[in-house]
Structure formats: C-alpha cells, structure tokens
Design a protein around this ligand. Sequence first.
Ligand code: DC
Length: 210
Amino acid sequence: MIIAIDGPAAAGKGTLTRKLAKYYNLALLDTGLIYRAVGLKAVLNGDPSDSEIAIQAAKSLDLADLKIHGIRGELAAKSASLVAAIPAVRDVLLEFQREFAHNPPDGKLGSILDGRDIGTVVCPDAKIKLFITASLEVRTDRRYKELQERGEEAIRSAVLNDIKTRDERDIARALSPLKPAGDAKIIDSSDFNASEVFSLAQEFISSQMK
Ligand code: DC
C-alpha cells in the first residue's frame, strides 16, 4: 500500500501524514525534509540557486542530514524551494524516494509519502492519492501560530509573503510542479480541524480499499 499526500505549504499535510502513518502502520517519508536538507547543505557551500552547488548537495545527501539543526526553520524552507526548482536535483532525489516507497524500511508493509509531486511523479501508481489544501489566509495563520508556539519571532505579513512566494515558485517550476494528480482526492482543510481532515481522509481511503 502506498499513500501519496501532496499540497502547498502549511496546508496540514504533515499532521495528516503522521496520523495516517500511525493508524495504518506505514513507513513515513516527509519528502520536504529531503529538499530542506539539500537546501541547507547548499547554503553552507554558497548559493542554493547555483545548480552545481545544489547538485553536489543532493548527491552527498545522507539520511542523517534530515536531522540537521534548523531543518524545520524558514531558511531551510526558502532554500529548499530554490533547489527544488533545479531539474537535476529532482532527478537525483527521485530514486531515493521511489526506493523508500516501494521497499519501506522497518518491516512495514506499506508507505506514506508527503510532498508536492508524490501523486504525479514520484509514485504515479499509488493506490491512494490525497491533495490537501487551504486558503492562503488560513495557512498563514497556522504557520504563524506554529512559529509563535516554538518561541520564534514572526511577523504575520512576512509569514504570508514567504508562503506565497514559495507556493508561486513550486507551482511555476517546469519540472514536477505542485498540482493535484488527476486521480487525487482534493481536501480543502480551511474549515476543518486536524481530526476532521483525518476522518475525511480515512473515509476516502476506506472507499478506495473496497
Ligand atoms: O513541505 P516543505 O515545506 O517541507 O517543503 C519544502 C520545499 O521543498 C517546498 O517549497 C517545495 C519543495 N518540495 C518539492 O519540491 N517536492 C517535494 N516532493 C517536497 C518538497
């Protein structure tokens, strides 16, 4: 069983993915972390939008890099979205993601991956595809609250601009742009809390398993 979860930044993909992984006992890969790690490694070596630097960072990626300090921060998010627009970087990372999806670690019988192009490119054969979205305002509020809870300084208008710029870059890139797969179930989570989104997803999954 492979579950593909896609959607824009701060739409609630991460929370849903963790809940589903636990419920269905699946190996989980947050593919955003891979791009974040490559972005941060590229920043350490210079400019993340320089393809040579970014490709080297992707080639030298190690699972331990997914735990680099600052991986959940805004610098990682921004540099991730820059390296993610470089086709050769995506090529290097594609095999890693497919290997995880088709041969899940820890003896798990299935996998769940979340990102931007899981249902369209990484696992087009996934049985279950969900596209989780929410309005820009709602996503900004959620990310702003999360940053405040982590004790990080944040300005709401800056958070909104960051999310907007990242979405635009993710949607506009030529290779593997952010978009729902034709056979994905789209859930707009603007008016739902995490448990409600989980219930909707679970209902859809049950209907697909029949
Ligand atoms: O989900 P996230 O915010 O951690 O993702 C960080 C960036 O990585 C995001 O702006 C786009 C990129 N990304 C991607 O291009 N493809 C994926 N499958 C996952 C993330």
